[in-house]
Design a protein around this ligand. Sequence first.
Ligand code: SF4
Length: 126
Amino acid sequence: MACPFFRPVQRLDGGGWDPAPRLTLFDAWSGVCTAAYDWTPPEATQREVCNCGYARGSCGRFPAGEAADAVRFSLLRERLIYVLEKDHAPIEHGEIDPVTDPREPLASQARAFLESWRSLLPRTVS
Ligand code: SF4
């Protein structure tokens, strides 16, 4: 799960994780924290917190009183579905078009999810 305030910008390499955790966006992404104002956290924070969600209480930038703790995505018959979670339970879900949806950083997370997912697909040889 990713933090709802994290706007992914670029895929990171595998880093030192062994084994790598299951991440909402498949890969770890570097990006920007949009809580309050845009800020680029240190890479370790991005890997361990921003990409993993549930930062309430462990990240000083996580705003008090915000509803969602984390975001996850799934593909359902070619529809991209997002789920906002709080206390490990869904509080909002729906379909998202990563190209036209105006909600940021949710739309950027959706695009990152798709890019990482597509990179896992077997390449066809022509
Ligand atoms: S720095 Fe904290 S509030 Fe900002 S995106 Fe990362 S985990 Fe979320």
